[in-house]
Design a protein around this ligand. Structure first.
Ligand code: F58
Length: 798
């Protein structure tokens, strides 16, 4: 079904109409950019009817609504996604080409909306799409950052950050909603008036709403992503302006706008802490006001809130929702405190995405008390009441002068979930062990997933076409039906087609790498890909250390029949994360030396592609043979890239970490290259004194690779450049790179041997695709709906 009725003209007419009357250009003078806007407006028109119908259906059903509060929505480009879900991609291509334009060029003109850092933000975007596909009445709430995640480039191999500017172009998908604006206060004081506590903020900013429709598969349903922009309540200090202080007059506006100016890219520095807390309260408070306003317009009795509303906190960033909701119910609406807490707690749920102690949010009490004085009082009371209920095993959200936002979220949540089976188990055993003992049913697992529309159907049309040709197209809306492929996999024609699609995707990528980065790569070499944020626990340095060891081995014995490989890296390091930035430089330095080596470069090349984003992922994943998922076991909460690779027929070399465990269970141990210590072994190994030294002494290959880096083999002009990395690996090596190295090397050589048997490799790859259906975010969202939200689908095909 395409969503079109008598009121919507043919797409080409729509494009020309918008070019003329929305953009104000005639066809003879229109730029590619104009055409892209015109096409987007024409496509947007097709979404609006589904959007209105969904909104009406939600009101008429009086259905429970789901609100997904997230600091990040890493949505990427939206045009291709909308076309696919409206099933207009064919018509759009014909219409655009009929106008004499290159369809791909038009699609590639769209900026990549990077309103997120990594997996957490991309997960939120996949969830929105699945919520619409499943016709679950829902809304995403976040911040309309003027500048998304920084643009990354390299200067002599070093990461350089530049501001991202997606909003300098017109954002065609959004609708401004000036009528939905709320005043959000900060600071000030609290006083009792007529028996109630009244907070009088010292300053306030305006939160203004911008809505983007999110259309589900086949336009079954369309939900809204509502992003808040901060504005000054009084845009100009006119008195100051009239006194000649033209710059000073704009200061209030600048200060207010700073709140929604930049996405927080860093979890490593103290800087910007206050602004970050302001951002968190700003969007959370605006969203709660909006949610209650909608609730009031539909339902009378606020006590029905938990029946009609489920709020999901995506990590602790919106955790201030707990005290804010209590404030609104108790201070503003006059409910007794205990009842306010109870209602809030039955409405809120919290997803944890990390167990890394440095990434668990804690706010200094003085900062919280200064910025949000009433909230600090409420937090203390909520915490004290909770502790008083369990005197034998009191656990505190406020301790050592800090507010532990994870503990606060836990106390204030109906359900707390982890994002993979292993991660959820570790939550129970470690960070939340005490709270779990007090509330044994509260923690549940919802293993992550990815939307198959973007991450297979749209990004890999060759493979998608083969699948549809074999089993029909039902898999796009019901990914578990990929299992129907398996009985066909013995068919030689199908095997050839699957291998041919991968080869063609690789050839496209090779052409692109040659054209944009000047490196010639052989599409028949194995494409070995590690793309994700740069972090020590993700161990990009283990991968590059193996590259150095392999380079040495090939040099020592060039004619040993090596399997040609291209190691592809991409990912950004937090600007303040010095060690991660050093890893990027190391990869670039290794690449320069290896790619220039006439003896080895036939077999091994390395490239670090700059500015990793959703669009680059869509280009790389369909072309990957090998997916590197090599984190120290116990550290990667889930991973979602790992799922995208398996779905697109890449084999994984990985540890038993996060969702790798479940991927391996699904695709079969024989179709997965496992290595490394388990999470339990990691803990035990760390307790072994001198574990890194022992591993190095036992493995001459590792010792030689480390020595080469240490002695400047890849930085001849600056031989001490990597002493911090080699020193760390020889010394504490907290992430156990050295201890896992030998087994990683072993697994990689098994990968080499397997790749040489092309037919067998193709079968393993195809089995990865056929058995990855469970990793759809539709499955994940169904789990949240049933086990966390108690929400129902309103869709025709629910
Ligand atoms: C990621 N977290 C997890 N955090 O690392 C990954 O295992 C998981 O698959 C994914 O969430 C989805 O559950 C993550 O992306 C961030 O980006 C932080 C945001 C706030 C600033 C610091 C990074």
């Amino acid at each position: 079904m395409t969503y079109q009725d008598a009121r919507t003209p043919g797409l080409q007419d729509g494009i020309l109409h918008h070019l003329t009357y929305t953009i104000g250009k005639d066809a003879a003078h229109a730029t590619l950019h104009d055409w892209r806007l015109a096409l987007s407006f024409a496509v947007r028109d097709r979404i609006v009817d589904s959007w209105f119908a969904s909104t009406r259906a939600s009101y008429e059903a009086g259905a429970k609504r789901v609100y997904y509060l997230s600091m990040e929505f890493l949505i990427g480009r939206l045009l291709g996604d909308a076309l696919v879900n409206l099933r207009l991609d064919g018509e759009a291509k014909a219409a655009v080409e009929g106008l004499g334009l290159d369809f791909d060029a038009v699609l590639h003109d769209e900026p990549d909306a990077a309103l997120g850092n990594g997996g957490l933000g991309r997960l939120a975007a996949c969830f929105l799409e699945s919520l619409s596909t499943l016709a679950c009445p829902a809304m995403g709430y976040g911040i309309r950052y003027e500048h998304g995640l920084f643009r990354q480039s390299f200067d002599n191999g070093r990461q350089v950050e530049a501001p991202e500017t997606w909003l300098q172009q017109r954002h065609v998908w959004e609708f401004e909603r000036p009528e939905a604006a709320y005043s959000i206060g900060f600071g000030g004081h609290v006083a009792e008036q007529d028996g109630r506590m009244v907070w009088t903020p010292a300053e306030a900013v305006l939160a203004e709403a911008y809505d983007t429709p999110v259309v589900g598969w086949e336009a079954r349903w369309t939900n809204t992503l509502r992003l808040w922009a901060a504005r000054a309540i009084d845009p100009l200090d006119l008195a100051r302006f009239n006194h000649g202080d033209h710059v000073g007059a704009a200061v209030p506006e600048m200060l207010a706008r700073a709140i929604s100016r930049v996405l927080y890219p860093d979890d490593t520095t103290e800087a910007g802490k206050e602004l970050r807390l302001k951002q968190e309260y700003f969007f959370t408070a605006a969203s709660l006001h909006d949610i209650l306003r909608r609730f009031d317009s539909e339902h009378g009795d606020i006590r029905l809130l938990p029946e009609k509303v489920a709020i999901q906190l995506n990590d602790t960033h919106p955790a201030i929702a707990g005290p804010e909701l209590v404030r609104l119910l108790h201070d503003t609406r006059g409910l007794p405190f205990d009842e306010a807490v109870d209602i809030a707690r039955r409405t809120l749920n919290y997803t944890n995405h990390t167990l890394l102690p440095e990434a668990l949010e804690k706010w200094p009490v003085p900062l919280m008390a200064r910025l949000l004085p009433r909230h600090m009082m409420l937090i203390e009371r909520i915490d004290a009441d909770h502790a008083a209920r369990f005197p034998a095993r009191a656990t505190h959200a406020v301790a050592d002068g800090e507010v532990n936002m994870g503990a606060l979220s836990f106390i204030m949540a109906n359900r707390v979930n982890g994002v993979s089976a292993l991660h959820t188990g570790l939550m129970k055993q470690t960070v939340f062990a005490d709270l779990h003992a007090l509330h044994p049913g509260r923690i549940v697992n919802q293993t992550n997933g990815v939307t198959p529309r973007r991450w297979l159907h749209a990004c890999n049309p060759r493979l998608a076409g083969i699948i549809t040709g074999t089993i029909g197209e039902g898999w796009i809306g019901d990914l578990e039906r990929l299992a129907e492929l398996e009985p066909h996999l013995g068919d030689a024609g199908l095997q050839q087609a699957i291998a041919g699609a991968k080869r063609a995707n690789k050839a496209d990528l090779a052409d692109w790498i040659g054209a944009t980065h000047g490196l010639s790569v052989d599409p028949d070499a194995m494409f070995d890909v590690q793309i994700k944020r740069i972090h020590e626990y993700k161990r990009q340095h283990l991968n590059i250390l193996e590259a150095v060891a392999l380079w040495q081995a090939i040099r020592a014995n060039p004619d040993a029949g090596w399997t040609p490989r291209i190691k592809i890296f991409a990912g950004k390091a937090a600007p303040g994360y010095v060690f991660a930035k050093k890893i990027i430089r190391l990869v670039n330095d290794v690449a320069a030396v290896l790619n220039a080596d006439p003896v080895t470069s036939r077999y091994l090349k390395v490239i670090f592609l700059p500015n990793y984003n959703v669009t680059l992922a869509e280009r790389l994943i369909p072309a990957a043979d090998l997916s590197e998922q090599i984190s120290t076991a116990g550290k990667e909460a889930s991973g979602t890239g790992n799922m995208k690779f398996a779905l697109n027929g890449a084999l994984t070399v990985g540890t038993l970490d996060g969702a790798n465990v479940e991927i391996r269970d699904h695709v079969g141990a024989e179709n997965f290259f496992l290595f490394g210590m388990t999470a339990e072994e990691v803990v035990a190994r760390r307790a072994v004194e001198g574990h890194a030294g022992q591993a190095i002494a036992a493995d001459p290959r590792l010792a030689a690779a480390l020595a080469a880096i240490h002695d400047g083999a890849v930085s001849p002009g600056d031989p001490t450049r990597y002493h911090d990395i080699t020193g760390n690996l020889r010394g504490p090596d907290y992430f156990l790179v050295c201890s896992d190295f030998a087994d990683y090397w072993r697994a990689q050589r098994e990968v080499d041997a397997a790749y040489r048997d092309a037919a067998h490799w193709t079968r393993m790859a195809a089995l990865n695709t056929a058995r990855s259906g469970w990793f759809s975010s539709d499955r994940t969202i169904r789990g949240y709906m049933a086990e966390i939200w108690g929400a129902a689908s309103l869709g025709p095909r629910a």
